[in-house]
Design a protein around this ligand. Sequence first.
Ligand code: PGA
Length: 259
Amino acid sequence: MKNITFIKAKNADDLAVLSADFFLNTLKSSNSPPTIILPTGFTPLGFYKEVTTRYKNGDKNYGNFKYLALDEYLGLPEGDRRSFASWLSREILDPLEIPKEFRLTFASSTKNIPEECARMEKTITDIGSIDLAIIGLGGNGHVGFNEPGSPLDSVTRKIELTPETRQANAEYWGSIDQVPESAVTLGIGTLKKAKQTLLIVLGKSKAEILKKTFFSPISSDIPSTYLQKQENVTVIADAEALLEIESLIDINQCKLKRA
Ligand code: PGA
């Protein structure tokens, strides 16, 4: 296993502050606007609030990056408020005044999905690097829409959503019938190109999968296990999420900060 840095947050608010600090370090250490992947979900909400508040209070560093989409539902009209692009615009990109040309998103209404996926891969190749991938952790080890079974060298592609994933998102959409049946996601192989990865994890319900992510055999059964071999991985997790892993970290030479 690579040397993974674990940072322990006291609670959700602390995770938001620590993540915003980490984000700022990346922004400040780049000469040109870095390319950064941002996740959707419950976990990053406090972090986005912290970052947008700091920006509003005058720290303009936070507005200086290119956003690269991690995943998106398919079959929605452009600008549909339920798309991930719209959600991220509301939560972080609009408040930070990220210019439209710095938002590298999927066309959710595309009729040519393979072409759209290829376009995204080419965009990443043309940019030259993904400077930072900030990702959340699914309860089954999914990253983006890379569900269990996703090859660890997969590229950007279409995914048929599992009934479990559609059920998990049903509340946001009103009912399961309204949740799109398919989506596009950057592949695990694509995410491996990131120079730096920040995994943010919150809550007791993630404790077991966080342990499996770093201590189960690397396998497409748990896509997040790719992180074991990834360079420059930092995990910011709250005390509850760290419950199962904390006693194991020293044994495996991971660093635990702020214990
Ligand atoms: P969550 O989602 O932050 O809502 O728990 C994480 C994920 O499923 O990737």
